[in-house]
Write a protein that binds this ligand. Structure first.
Ligand code: NDP
Ligand code: OXD
Length: 310
């Protein structure tokens, strides 16, 4: 049988026009791929990105799943017209990219690389940083990305403590949850990484109170979502020197407005939402596998729980 797939992400269609048909064919799916939904009632699957013009899912009466190209779903999960199952992107390329960004920026701060990269006065300061084993990290979010980053840092000897919504055991690292757990994780770390989704519960999680729990001079790496951090509270903590540095990849408004204080703050590094990108070659296989599962009556992978919001 031929399945009709509406690719509703025009900005990235060029990246998928070859790899997606190839992945579908390798998965044994005969597909009709369309980039305009002339007949919404005939669409079996929707491939979606936050940039998509599609906002009203009501006419897609036979659609079996909406497959998001992004890991984060905050821009679609609350859409009241969306009644179809929603899957998010979990892909090795996305995970590898995030691991590289988190490890790279952790090592930058751990080793104090900036001191040597920018040294106009030719200061010969042979002070050595501590070993990674003496540099505790808190990983807020123990999902697909947080756990992979935690494991990569642990492979370099960083002691990592995880924190998540639900209690976790057996992951090979201490995992905390709840507010007491958050306080313990933050107060015990030199580097804090936020890999949480944006939900009503996580919005402004790092507020003035939580920032005050962090160690003096600690570093924050935020590749999760801008809304996880109370910006005014972070700027105040940076100005006071309580937070040593914040490396931020994601922001409430993107691109980050030209006049935003983060651009010029000496203790802030801005990266332009590039921590991890969905790469079409791997993502196409994930999409094809989920469509194969849908057609075989198997449960979808990476299904979003609407009530949790991620
Ligand atoms: P997952 O859904 O796999 O993991 C989310 C984690 O966050 C889980 O451990 C979950 O806990 C935890 N969590 C959710 N809500 C809370 C809460 N209220 N309190 C404590 N912990 C909570 O997501 P991923 O790891 O795949 O991705 C994480 C986020 O990374 C995405 O949502 C997206 O925002 C961001 N991202 C950023 C990219 C970039 O380029 N900057 C690229 C890709 C993703 P539990 O395990 O108990 O459910
Ligand atoms: C994502 C992202 O959620 O790129 O995939 O931020």
């Amino acid at each position: 049988m031929t399945v009709t797939i509406y690719f509703s992400a025009p900005n990235v269609w060029d990246e998928y026009r070859d790899v997606l048909p190839a992945a579908l064919s390798a998965a044994g799916i005969t597909a009709r791929l369309v980039t305009e939904a002339a007949d919404p009632a005939a669409v079996d699957y929707i491939i979606y990105a936050p940039s998509s013009p599609l906002q009203d899912f009501t006419p897609f009466t036979r659609t079996k799943a909406v497959l998001n190209l992004w890991a984060g779903v905050e821009r679609i999960v609350g859409n009241p017209t969306l009644t179809q199952p929603l899957c998010r992107m979990v892909d090795t390329g996305l995970t590898e990219g995030m691991v590289e960004w988190v490890v790279g920026h952790s090592l930058r701060h751990h080793l104090g690389m900036d001191r040597h990269i920018v040294n106009p006065n030719r200061v010969w300061n042979p002070a050595c940083p501590p070993l990674a084993r003496e540099r505790p990290v808190a990983m807020l979010g123990m999902g697909a990305l947080g756990l992979a980053c935690a494991r990569a840092l642990m492979a370099l000897n960083f002691p990592v403590t995880g924190w998540s919504r639900t209690e976790k055991t057996g992951l090979g690292l201490p995992c905390l949850h709840g507010e007491d757990g958050l306080q313990a994780a933050l107060s015990g770390a030199d580097i804090v990484v936020t890999l949480l989704p944006k939900t009503p519960e996580t919005e402004n999680l790092l507020d003035a109170r939580c920032l005050s729990w962090m160690r003096a001079g600690a570093t924050i790496l935020n590749p999760g979502r801008g809304a996880l951090i109370d910006d005014a509270a972070l700027l105040a903590a940076l100005d006071a020197g309580h937070i040593g540095h914040a490396t931020l990849d994601v922001f409430r408004v993107e691109p980050l407005p030209q006049d935003h204080p983060y651009w010029t703050h000496p203790r802030v590094t801005v990266t332009p939402h590039i921590a991890a990108d969905t790469r079409s070659s791997g993502a196409a296989k994930v999409l094809a596998e989920n469509i194969r599962r849908g057609e075989a009556g198997l449960p979808f992978l990476n299904l979003v729980d609407r009530t949790r919001g991620y």
